[in-house]
Design a protein around this ligand. Sequence first.
Ligand code: PLP
Length: 427
Amino acid sequence: METPLSPSAATETDLGLTEGQIGKVCEMIAAALRKGRKSFRSNAVQNIIEQHGPKLQEEMTSATVTVFENIIAWSSNIIARAVKVVRSRTPKEMIKALGRAEYTDNSVVKAIPKGEGDEVIVPAMTFAASANTVIHAGGKPVFADCDLATHNIDPSDIRRKITPRTKAIMVVHMAGRACDMDPIMEIAREHSLKVIEDAAHAVETEYKGRKIGTIGDIGCFSFYVTKNLVTAEGGMAITDNEEYADRMRILSLHGMSADAWKRYGDEGYKHYDVVEAGYKYNMTDIQASLGLHQLARIEEHAKRRKEIWERYMVELRGLPLTLPAPLPSDGRHALHLFTILVSDGAGVSRDQFLDQMTKRNIGTGVHFRALHLQPYYRTLLGHKEGDFPNAERIGDRTVSIPLSAKLSDSDVSDVIDAIQGVLASGK
Ligand SMILES: Cc1ncc(COP(=O)(O)O)c(C=O)c1O
């Protein structure tokens, strides 16, 4: 039986390809995807235990291939299905599946009406994307320090950084641990500020019974390949504010009033209007089909990460390291990153520790070096060492060790042995 062509396949036939030729292209793409899986596996053959990395199942590859076979390479019905599933899991209206969380933040920050140079408070301990998006939206990031124990933005420093130009606060739920949202929302109410939640690490996170991403005005999730839920690239923004939702939808697709699915629908071609200079931040069906499979396994993967987390907490105790703060009793930690701080008296510096772990075939990460000291922000905002002491202290000592549902018990033993070995060699 012939594969029915979607309305969007008009583009392919316009190119003059026969169905047979299109099938050939699909086969080539499918073969490339399978090859990609093999090279992903070859890491295990080389015995490298990656710091991050998704647990992928065979059917995810075939689901992706099916999408290619149906020649749908842009947002359509699979996105709509993914949105429906996510909406059923969140009390806020799900607004849009976007191509990348960085861009999600970007259109998010832009969705909040601001004047040129208006300020958004951002933690100094975060990934560059959080502050970059404020710049792209024409605003000015103003850094606030973080709490030494949780690594999350410190509400009392947010208060100190408010000026008459402040329009919004961006919080980042670091490593999957919820920020202390009650005082943050209180500050926002007092000063009429919007709150954007960068929930890139926090798909499963809850704060006092509420899902992260639904407490502030807009929540942004990343589904990048290192995250707990992976669509290779991708992300989502959620909001219950219709005005922001509409603006983000339009910004995410060239500023057009109708996406491709609506333009080439069953009732024939429909005109669209270009209402502003937008971007190209849409998610594709290929990404959404990966995400649906990952979503179905999110609790299974979280359970495995919890087992690994608990083993680390017990077996790394007593070493010259600071382990993560205890898990919250009134919320849920997404267990995205297991970050340790290498103590000053450990006999090895953080960077020597990273090198030694690499020599032992254990992957590590750094989340993050303090953002205000990165050359761009140091120059732009005139920052120097000592401006945000907690972010700097963490940024100079932090190491993320492997945490993924794909790790076996013996992988975890290898990680623990390696850490013990590196710290013993430093004595
Ligand atoms: C805290 C934080 N925010 C935003 C992002 C950006 O996400 P993406 O890579 O999906 O654009 C990341 C990515 O690692 C992140 O760690």
